[in-house]
Design a binder for this molecule. Sequence first.
Ligand code: SAM
Length: 352
Amino acid sequence: MLVDSYGRQIRDLRVSLTDRCNFRCFYCLPNGEPPLARKETILTFEEIVEICDIFVGLGIEKIRLTGGEPLLRKDVEKLVEKIALLKIPNPSSQVPSQDEPNNPKSKIQNPKLKDLALTTNGFSLERRAEDLKKAGLDRVTISLDSLKRENFQKITGVDKLAEVLAAVEAAKRAGLEPIRVNAVIVRGRNDDEIVDLARFARENALSMRFIEYMPLDSAHEWDRQTVVSGREIYRRINEVFPLELKTASRGSETAWKYSFADSTDGEIGIIAPVTEMFCGACSRIRLTADGQIRTCLFSTKEHNLRDKLRSGVSRAEIIEFIRGVVFQKEPRHYINDAQFAPASRSMSFIGG
Ligand code: SAM
């Protein structure tokens, strides 16, 4: 089991497959061509699978493939197929607990991956959804910040709303469910669409996630005045479509989940990291496309797993390295503190 110094169990690994993206969402990767990682620094599929295998042996239950845009990585389906094999329990990857290395009972029994997901902007999902499902992908999250063609283009820099809507349909047909749709809500940009996006979730039986705008944009133009709080998002939806909280506790989940009082179709998730920090229950860790472990979205420090792996050290040494890194996980983010320092990389490089 991976446990940090605050007793939080780490069960959720986000793996960025590439730092490249073909959208230019203003809140993430605005204007121009950002500096990209050199090809030789990017983890190969074999390295990614080896790392995922080690993490699953350490108790990771959920893996989310992300980016950049993960579907820009060639042959992603082949990678999914290999990672999906980790859903079959593998007794040989049991790892003894750090405190009791000689006690066989301290091993995680038959560690296995329980959930393999992918976050995408949806641009090419329509034609790939079925193959991804066949390869073993469980579900997808699709980003969709506007339902109006012109506004979608203003936000993302591309005229691809029709493709993204088709991606949602294709994901449904392929059974990549439950389908989540992410919308980052930014005042003056798409807050006038909050109710329309909630209606879209009802009409299409989707889980719509409303996310507060975080200071993770590469232009460092984030401004607190443009953050629409989770509370305001809830109020605006609830005025039109009364909501019911699904569970009193959200565990290590990022979203408060609501159902519609008058319909069993659709779900609303509100993710409010800025105004209602949930770091105390964080179970996540991230791996960048160039093999750096990040223990928090807002980390200013990264840990070079790629070089460790490539140096040819034993699996036991890699496990020791990972445990040491997890132990350094930050207690919380500092967005609301006067001394807040932006993360060392923007969301597209970290892997959202
Ligand atoms: N390209 C894929 C996509 O568009 O979904 C995956 C990567 S993207 C970085 C993952 C998620 O991060 C998206 O849902 C996006 O909306 C979210 N995101 C990016 N920048 C953000 C920011 N500054 N604040 C909040 N969420 C952000």
